[in-house]
Design a protein around this ligand. Sequence first.
Ligand code: FAD
Length: 358
Amino acid sequence: MQTTIVVLGAGVSGLTSALLLAKNKNNRITVVAKHMPGDYDIEYASPWAGANVQPMSLRDNSRWERRTWPELRRITEQVPEAGIHFQKSLIYRRDGDLVGGYFPDGLFEKDPWFKEVLPNFRELDSSEVLPGHDSGAEVDSICINTAVYLPWLLGQCLKAGVVVKRHILTHISEAKALNHTGKAADIIVNATGLGSLKLGGVEDKKMAPIRGQIVVVRNECTPMVSTSGTDDGPTELLYIMQRAGGGGTILGGTYDKGNWESQPDPNIAQRIMTRAVAARPGLTNGKGVEGLSIVRHGVGLRPFREGGVRIEEEKLADGTCVVHNYGHSGWGYQGSFGCAEAVVVLVEKIQRQQKAKL
Ligand code: FAD
């Protein structure tokens, strides 16, 4: 029996969901979105991500990130054209940062769950810790060049028979009429990220932006660096990651909840660059901030959801079945396959119910 599915959203969540759903050849899938890979827009978080795997969850809700790592590792090893490479990651902690604010954050735990998943976790010797920090660790991870990975993901969907359309929806029920077969959609998958705050029929007031400002530079720097805090205020971060395939190096950043500002702030940019060069003078061979070769300044809004990601089914007033997959905040890539697997499980459950009614 064929099932018509409309996936709303072409960020990493929508495209990964569509790709896994397309493994069932009876699914007729249309991805519908306002923004597509190749676009840079404040309403589209995915292109702005670093993106790396730096687990953020605590052990209790680590399933999405745990389930995603094996697939991202497989792609990194076997599919160079996806634009992901392995990189060691250095994590530096200041004891004073680890309470209050945005903590707890699983990345900075001293005995983290992810040492069972990511290879070669090791606590650093005090002599190896970045000055001004109390402790640190290293672990093998990956960095995704999102400018390569998102088009690759879209290409994998097309190869699997998924049809992709641009469209702006004001109400989720409009998706019902947008399957390419012309038949009403049996199931809608909602992967609209922060769009779920305003999309009619969803209007999830638990959604909020966490603004992230970054600088992309041509300078190279490995391994990756993340610190638990900075001296520049609670919304400012320090992280560095070099993307695969000539994607430049991302200097981050900020983590500013409730801030919708779409334009880069030059003062923040200056602080980001100053912190990065202070932590890694080798970035510019000792030439200071002036030695940075800037590709672009950027701002993205992480789709935060109070209480966590929403992956669940819902029935609209007209009986249409929706499976939600939104609210991934700062971990949308590193949880993408785990969440998409859960979408498939929910879609299959609905399919069994719909079949039983026939
Ligand atoms: P989005 O990418 O925002 O996609 C939403 C889609 O829905 C778009 O196609 C949009 O056009 C569409 N849409 C919305 N509303 C409508 C509508 N009404 N009609 C039609 N279409 C609509 N994650 C990591 O895993 N690792 C990292 O290192 C990392 N770093 C980050 C750094 C920054 C600076 C930022 C901003 C984010 C970072 N993230 C990282 C988080 C990650 O980018 C997000 O969690 C992820 O991109 C969310 O993807 P999404 O597909 O759910 O949403």
